[in-house]
Design a protein around this ligand. Structure first.
Ligand code: 4AD
Ligand code: MG
Length: 459
């Protein structure tokens, strides 16, 4: 018995007409019409189901099969019959059905639509819904597209460590890693003999490789212990961090823009059905979002200019929850106003005040702003955070002191400036935020298999 995936049947149903095939999957619906039964089978290789028709006269154990229960795992052999007049282009007329694993009546996924909140409570079963089928096939294609993008451009993929002794963002929002028992305080007795934590970013590590390979990227899990209970923050998320030697901020934005467009194009090409499904069910503007990404350049705007635009909006009557002043960190509502209302497309905001950005960003000649670029996109807000790095040793050391960082913790980082430092830039793309953007799903909890957020560590 060779297994045929349902996807293959949909590619060219006519080629299978009259042929015997075996499909395997899970029953999405089971209907018993007494002498004829109908099962919608899904095998996950594509979004669409295969309609199975079984007649009491043709299959042994008819009654057992139609009572296998929604969710049951089945192996079905039979003949492909074209049904051009029906909603689905073909059916499988079963000759033999094996119940690999029956399902109980308590199976929580019924034919009706379930709320995302309910589905989070059954995160182990939600991959079997249409919504999660679409989201996670897109997530997989997007991950591949990212590797493809960088690989085709000669970037070297670097695996930066997950456990770290340094804090990249200088934010103190790290999860500690320890083997000490509660009450044991002597850090020298700890596994590493010093404080250790889960990484918040692979940037500082990957910069060391950029100073050898020129163009590199890391793509892996990162962890933040920030207490932000929002729809766009997770405690564990994946980040893509390219780093390019001999590249300034403008080159950095070129790479970021090309990458977002290229990944979107690949996803649209390979997951057109999923994108249509999500456009219909989740986010009406999704298809248009993909179309818009094909043309049009992203906007590039300084932070200072953005603050002026926001203040003008306030003067004209626009109400924001948080005030806007030069020097303040922009809130999500401000970011979304710029990208959704003013420009209606992705916007790079550049040259932020140094006070709200990390120590490693290159100080601009004005002495007040740094060469940072965040990419804001409609529906999400911040998708990418990047910058040109400070390559001047004296300026970097002064900034570190200003930020209260101990020079001895960053010896390797300052070494890069002593031994052949050069202009270099990079950025970090939050992978889950990208998936939210490409699926229209509004909550980060619904684009991660098992989300980790404040107060939530289920599954
Ligand atoms: O802006 P961030 O903090 O930048 C960095 O970590 C830099 N070291 C990146 C670099 O230059 N190599 O984070 C980068 C991106 C954000 O733009 C956002 O998309 C995502 O990571 N991100 C989160 N995504 C989900 N949950 C969180 N708690 C996130 N925090 C940041
Ligand atoms: Mg940021």
């Amino acid at each position: 018995m060779t297994r045929t995936y349902i996807k293959e049947l949909y590619v060219d149903p006519a080629a299978f007409s009259g042929r015997q095939v075996t499909v395997r999957g899970w029953a999405r619906t089971v209907r018993d019409g007494k002498n004829v039964g109908f099962i919608e089978l899904n095998d996950g290789a594509c979004q669409k189901n295969c309609q199975i028709v079984l007649s009491r006269g043709d299959v042994a154990e008819y009654d057992g099969i139609v009572h296998c229960g929604v969710g049951a795992a089945l192996t079905v052999s039979g003949e492909v019959v074209l049904t051009p007049e029906m909603r689905q282009p073909f059916e499988l007329h079963a000759a033999k059905v094996e119940v690999d694993g029956a399902s109980l009546p308590s199976y929580p996924l019924q034919k009706k639509r379930h709320s995302p909140e309910f589905l989070r409570e059954i995160a182990h079963l939600r991959p079997r819904t249409n919504l999660f089928g679409a989201v996670f096939r897109i997530r997989s294609q997007a991950a591949f597209a990212i590797h493809k993008f960088f690989n085709e451009r000669g970037f070297v993929y670097v695996h930066t460590p997950i456990i770290t002794g340094s804090d990249c963002e200088g934010a103190g929002a790290m999860f500690r890693v320890t083997t000490l028992e509660p009450g044991e305080k002597d850090i020298t007795k700890d596994f590493f003999g010093k404080r250790a934590a889960l990484t918040v970013s692979g940037q500082l590590d990957v910069e060391t490789f950029a100073m050898a390979f020129s163009n590199v990227y890391t793509f892996g899990p990162t962890f933040r212990a920030e207490n932000s209970n929002t729809a766009r923050h997770a405690a564990e998320f994946w980040m893509i961090e390219p780093e390019m030697a001999f590249c300034d901020l403008s080159g950095d934005m070129d790479v970021a823009e090309a990458m977002v467009k290229s990944v979107a194009e690949y996803v649209h090409e390979t997951c057109a059905y999923e994108v249509d499904f999500l456009t219909e069910r989740v986010c009406p503007e999704l298809n248009a979002r993909f179309e818009a990404l094909k043309g049009g350049e992203f906007v590039r705007l300084t932070y200072t200019r953005a603050v002026e635009i926001l203040k003008d909006a306030v003067a004209a009557g626009k109400k924001f929850e948080y005030p806007v002043e030069w020097g303040c960190d922009l809130q999500s509502e401000h970011e979304r106003y710029l990208t959704e209302t003013v420009y209606k497309k992705p916007v790079f905001l550049t040259d932020y005040p140094k006070g709200i950005k990390a120590f490693y960003m290159r100080l601009n000649d004005d002495g007040k702003t740094v060469a940072a670029a965040d990419l804001l996109v409609p529906g999400i807000g911040e998708l990418i955070g990047g910058s040109q790095r400070e390559e001047r040793l004296d300026v970097l050391e002064a900034r570190m002191a200003e930020c209260g960082l101990k020079a001895e913790d960053y010896g390797f980082y300052t070494d890069l400036r002593k031994y052949g430092g050069c202009v270099h830039s990079g950025f970090g793309l939050g992978f889950e935020r990208l998936i939210m953007y490409l699926t229209g799903v509004a909550n980060i909890r619904d684009v991660i298999p098992f989300p980790r957020t404040v107060g939530n560590l289920e599954f």
